[in-house]
Design a protein around this ligand. Structure first.
Ligand code: SAH
Length: 247
């Protein structure tokens, strides 16, 4: 919503009639705002409301009682998870919970040590997309995450440069290569790609290929997480660090 935006004070917003005055009134004139037009007003402390113009004079613009704007539910950070197959319905769990956390896109990925293969499970794509849709509805999202068709590890790695940051958690990474140490200072991240291996882990050769492609190899800590735990954890870490998870 690209409505003209005015920053008032909490005291201004408590008035019986909320008015734009001084420079704000002049700005409203410059924008040629008329009675009936919609504007956004902020209290300068993070609160935002919508209001309509009810009267315009040279000195002031009067507004209707401001009403709270709907909260933005979609994170600005675009997270893509390249997830290796997992037994049973674990991928479904990742899709459902990942959607709640704010995942933008999930790409099932075949790796060297995958014990489960997607070949016979292609018909499941529709079901996975439906799980994402239901989860989005349930958690109040306005955008359904995309569930892509499965691709190979090599193809997934080739996509890494499309993101501002690509990260591959590897349980054998040195403790010095922890997420905190490697990524703690990174700023201006708008798109992030995350690569999670299967229960059998990534092959050393895969980690090497990823490194060459500029993907950051990180440890998530001293415990080995199951593939579905690792997938959901990195979605949460990324959205906490560069997105809106945690408020
Ligand atoms: N088979 C391996 C574990 C694989 S865990 C073993 O037993 O050693 C599945 C995936 O989760 C891994 O490929 C990795 O991407 C991620 N993962 C799990 N625990 C991790 C940790 N402590 N640090 C980094 N990545 C981890």
């Amino acid at each position: 919503m690209n409505l003209p935006r005015f920053i008032l004070t909490p005291a201004d917003l408590r008035q019986e009639t909320v008015r734009l005055t001084g420079p704000d009134a002049r700005h409203a004139h410059v924008l040629r705002l008329q009675v009936g037009d919609e504007v956004r007003v902020c209290d300068g402390q993070g609160g935002e409301w919508g209001a309509r113009i009810t009267a315009v004079s040279k000195q002031a613009v009067e507004l209707s009682r401001p009403t709270p704007l709907p909260v933005e539910v979609e994170p600005a950070l675009q997270v893509t998870l390249y997830q290796s197959p997992a037994r049973g319905d674990k991928l479904e769990l990742i899709i459902q919970k990942g959607t709640e956390l704010g995942l933008a896109r999930l790409v099932p990925m075949e790796t060297a040590h995958s014990q489960v293969h997607f070949g016979s499970r292609l018909p499941k794509l529709k079901r996975w997309q439906e799980i994402a849709r239901q989860a989005a509805r349930q958690c109040g999202r306005t955008r359904v995450p995309e569930i892509a068709a499965p691709i190979s590890f090599a193809a997934a790695v080739a996509e890494a440069k499309q993101a501002d940051l690509a990260i591959i958690p590897f349980e054998s990474a040195a403790a010095g290569d922890s997420w905190k140490k490697q990524l703690g200072q990174k700023t201006n991240v708008r798109t992030v790609s995350l690569y999670i291996g299967p229960e059998g882990g990534f092959a050393e050769s895969e980690i090497e290929l990823a490194r060459q492609a500029g993907i950051t190899v990180v440890s998530l800590g001293p415990r080995i997480l199951r593939t579905e735990t690792a997938g959901l954890t990195v979605i949460a870490l990324a959205l906490f660090q560069w997105g809106d998870l945690g408020g």
